[in-house]
Design a protein around this ligand. Structure first.
Ligand SMILES: *Cc1c(COP(=O)(O)O)cnc(C)c1O
Length: 378
């Protein structure tokens, strides 16, 4: 089955009881038992038919063994981190999503989980960071906001050699373009709030695992800790996922046009986009991903100019988040990455004038004209 077909026909389709083409919202907490212990569903934290349809869909889309839905991307990542034990060590991409950085460095360290942030685009740096107690490598590719690329195959080989779990946050690429399990990942994570939902109307997280053992362990954690996604949001997410292919294809086309425009402007010093042949890791990304996505960052020189541009755009809405039908614009050094000290930010390449856009599905001409007038005024 090809990808756009799978988005519609993957997982559990419709309702076998009524023939409804859309999976019903089973707005229910508990289920009648036909005698003690004789039931299909017991309690909705443990299992809910609407959530289950979503979970089987994401498992199919990521070519994995089983899927799990959580109340947010962070709840999903937290649940996965509970696979580890006090004293374990995990290696992470150095410019992971800010919320992941906060969870790892401010919350999980309280439980004596040891964390090392490394530049995972450099496999030698990953090997060098492996310790006696290392249990996993967690990467994001492309990253936010600089779209840094990690070679999934190479890192998965390092993980296998050292018997480590390999986990990939696939939020930016989406399962439409990139399936980390095909490149050796054991666990794939998503903030489904972004491209999968795609309409800025639901907060959700998804996990796909690649073995029966991990599926049992994660279901135990999901049920024990309880951060599950409700049936309404599960349904909304499935509805969003149906058009993921159309949205990603359109976003990609529009983004390419925007890039072609941005690179002609002399008042922009750097444009970060994995689709540019000059982008570091372009070839690696091309090998492991079928598309380049709709996230772009560019440097307008100063914080003052950037803020002016952000005030002037009309179709690019000033907001955090990404991956929705409406185009969004943000200033990472003052928004998503403000908690990182400036020196460290500059070290990472997140300069004061770095603007990030998430390209939506509006007409390319309007989006380019909007950027043009804002950049001319700014
Ligand atoms: C947004 C995001 C998260 C967190 O997800 P929430 O749904 O906001 O909890 C994790 N990873 C990446 C890459 C993200 O963009």
């Amino acid at each position: 089955m090809k990808k756009k077909t799978q988005l519609i026909h993957g997982g559990i389709v419709g309702d076998k009881h009524t023939g409804a083409v859309s999976v019903p919202i089973y707005q229910v907490s508990t289920y009648k038992q036909d005698g003690v212990g004789n039931f299909q569903y017991e309690y909705s934290r443990t299992g809910n038919p609407t959530r289950e349809a979503l979970e089987s869909l994401i498992a199919d889309l990521e070519q994995g063994h089983a899927g799990f839905a959580f109340a947010s991307g962070m709840a999903a990542i937290s649940a996965v981190m509970m696979l580890f034990t006090s004293g374990d060590h995990v290696i992470l991409t150095d410019d992971v999503y800010g919320g992941t950085y906060r969870l790892m460095s401010k919350v999980l360290t309280k439980f004596n989980l040891e964390i090392t942030f490394v530049d995972t685009s450099n496999p030698n740096a990953v090997t060098d960071a492996i310790q006696e107690n290392t249990k996993a490598i967690f990467v994001e590719t492309p990253t936010n906001p600089l779209l840094k690329i990690t070679n999934l195959k190479e890192i998965s080989e390092i993980a296998k050699q050292h018997d480590l779990l390999f986990m990939v946050d696939n939020t930016f690429a989406t399962p439409y373009w990139q399936n980390p399990i095909d490149h050796g990942a054991d666990i794939v994570l998503h903030s489904a709030t972004k491209y999968l939902g795609g309409h800025s109307d639901v907060v959700a997280g998804l996990v796909v695992v690649n073995s029966q053992k991990l599926a049992e362990d994660l279901h135990f954690i999901q049920n024990s800790v309880g951060g599950v996604l409700g049936p309404q949001d599960s349904w909304l997410l499935m509805r969003g996922i149906k058009t993921l292919g159309l949205r990603m294809e359109q976003t990609e086309r529009t983004t390419k046009e925007i890039i072609d425009y941005l690179v002609t402007r002399e008042d922009i010093s750097s444009v970060y986009y994995p689709g540019l042949e000059t982008h570091p890791g372009h070839d690696i990304h091309k090998n492991q991903s079928a598309g380049f996505g709709g996230m772009v960052s560019f440097d307008v020189g100063s914080s003052e100019r950037a803020e002016k541009v952000l005030r002037e755009t009309k179709y690019f809405t000033l907001a955090e988040s990404l991956g929705a039908v409406e185009s969004l614009i943000s200033l990472p050094p003052k928004m998503t990455h403000a908690s990182i000290p400036r020196d460290r930010r500059l070290e990472l390449g997140i300069t004061d004038g770095l603007i990030r856009i998430s390209v939506g599905i509006e007409d390319a001409e309007d989006l380019i004209a909007d950027l043009q007038q804002a950049l001319d005024k700014g």
